[in-house]
Design a protein. Structure first.
Length: 218
């Protein structure tokens, strides 16, 4: 795999192929991704703690999978933008306490395609990876996810990685509608979903991580 290119992470890449992350480009892309992540979290999690944990967990999974350090770093930088499209969801739906109606749920699901539209067309590898993550982090390995019902390896690798990190952090966090699950219960849930919701190879890599340390990231 070539170092750190978006093409190496099987996401769209313009021609000529994107440059690897050079030292100079890293600073710009990191700053941009960090600021956009603040925007992404601003309306439903002003602390940004969920985004920070999803980033740390996603980067750790990528490393555990044996990806080059620079590719793992790209995924870690891009992961906090997974829900960027939620900035376009009306408060009445985004902040609703209680279950969503079917129509509201369909609007909520549009955060994937909306986020991808916000991020598309960039030459920056970090934004290309972020676009792929925004679009595919709710796809499922068995093809039952959204928005495009992709299955298996047709789901870009960064999207498959962030899917696990996102669900694990959601399960182990307090939300308005539920209490945090114990880590052991959340791990059992992720394990039970390998091969259906999640890529089994990535689940195996995820299960090798130090989960309690990763959840202390904020
Ligand atoms: Fe999402
Ligand atoms: Fe999330």
């Amino acid at each position: 795999m070539s170092p750190a290119s978006a093409a190496a992470l099987d996401v769209d890449c313009p021609s000529p192929p994107c440059d690897p992350l050079t030292a100079a480009a890293v600073d710009v892309q990191q700053e941009l991704a960090t600021r956009l992540a603040i925007v992404a979290e601003f309306r439903d999690d002003e602390t940004g703690a969920h985004a920070a944990r999803v980033a740390a967990i996603s980067g750790a999974i990528a490393t555990a999978l044996g990806l080059p350090e620079s590719s793992a770093r790209l995924i870690e930088l891009a992961a906090p933008l997974h829900d960027l499209g939620k900035v376009a969801i009306a408060d009445a739906i985004l902040l609703k306490q209680g279950p969503l109606s079917d129509a509201e749920r369909r609007v909520m699901e549009e955060h994937t395609t909306t986020g991808a539209r916000m991020l598309e067309g960039s030459d920056m590898p970090v934004l290309q990876v972020a676009r792929a993550i925004a679009l595919t982090h709710h796809e499922r390995w068995d093809g039952a996810g959204y928005p495009n019902r992709l299955d298996g390896p047709r789901i870009p690798l960064p999207g498959r990685i962030v899917a696990i990190a996102d669900v694990f952090d959601a399960l182990t966090s307090d939300r308005p509608y539920k209490r945090a699950w114990p880590v052991a219960d959340a791990l059992a849930e992720i394990r039970s979903l390998r091969g259906s919701h999640f890529d089994p190879v990535i689940v195996a890599a995820f299960l090798r991580l130090d989960h309690r340390a990763l959840l202390r990231v904020s």
